[in-house]
Design a protein around this ligand. Sequence first.
Ligand code: ZN
Length: 436
Amino acid sequence: MNGTRARSRAVKRVLVWVILFAMPVRSSLARQSTRSASVVQLGENEQVRAALAWFAPNLMWINDQQARLTEIPAPAFQEGQRAAVLKTLLSAAGLAVQVDATGNVIGELRGVNEKEIVALSAHLDTVFPAGTDVKVRHEGSRMLAPGISDNGTGLAALAAIARALEEAQIKPQRTILFVANVGEEGEGNLRGMRALVDAYRSRLKAVIVLDGAGTDHVTTIALASRRLEVVISGPGGHSWSDFGMPNPINALVRGSVRFINTKVPASPRTTFNLGQIDGGTSINSIPYQARLKVDVRSESESELARLESALRESIAAGVRDEMESPRDRSRGKLEWKVELLGSRPGGELAAASPLLAALRASDAIVGNESRIERSSTDANIPLSLGIDAISIGAGGNGGGAHSLQEWYDPAGREMGLKRALLTLLGVADLATERTR
Ligand SMILES: [Zn+2]
């Protein structure tokens, strides 16, 4: 017994030295390789192996939780019902669970060091409005329903990882928070993550976001984005008797066409989307209002600012075009405004961060390869404040996110769960004492 332990200790020490020796001599890289080595050791720890082994016999349970959660509607600002189920699931995993004022469900696994916190999060909300049919259908190995992958996968993984740690009686060094947060999508404007980071900021050492399916990527660069709403208003009137009255929909269409023609650079990659348009009351009424929602994203903050100004200028010009068209406009005028609905700040995880090293080491242990990605996720908030954060898929395969055809295939999910669990413990560390 002693002999075996001494031998495995010696093997580990050799491994650490091999890794250290192979790295260029720079302190940050040396730190990173020490961290990688410690994740390798984690993978060999008997309790961690027990936690990893919990997934395989419980894959059906995990699929069932995913379907059950997906079938509870959770549009932005209406996540309460789904949150209540997560609260039950996290409590059943032995965590002390509370729901904060924003609606985030927070389950705490207390570490030896309560002054340092690592958060594992998955967003509760979906992009689908109330009334959307979210019943899960099965086709072969696939599950189909709006929101099944984004973020049914992340939520099921959150509950599963909490259970796996509980079953293996794992006590971490740093306190771990399992968070099912509100407001990631659209106009939620990351309010759940903002509140979480606000509440724990001084103690928060790392945030791991589980979002959607897959194991092929790790998001370490937070894509900056802005969401804008255009509103054009006028007096309105009758289509025949008031013909000539300025028309807000006309002005919006004129301005939108100008905006669509704005040139955006391929690098830094910059995009825009006219996502929602509405206005008017009936076919034979001149509308009194027209609205448009626009999402702009860029790898560069200055391109974002440029695109926002382009939108304002285009709408101003569209209103001018409408007013200057050759009809009698003396009876009314148009008002317009462009309002910022939300803004997601950018940021980037340092290449030498312990969190990225833990993810890389976990990839190596489970035999996965992943590429760095830039995206707009809950990780934007901690990253913009200099707190280590990544967003990863929770395994399996999915597609059609944000569409009614969304699907998820759990085949291979286990690898994603193990990868997330190892990364989490890689940054939270195991307590040296054995009891929980
Ligand atoms: Zn998502």
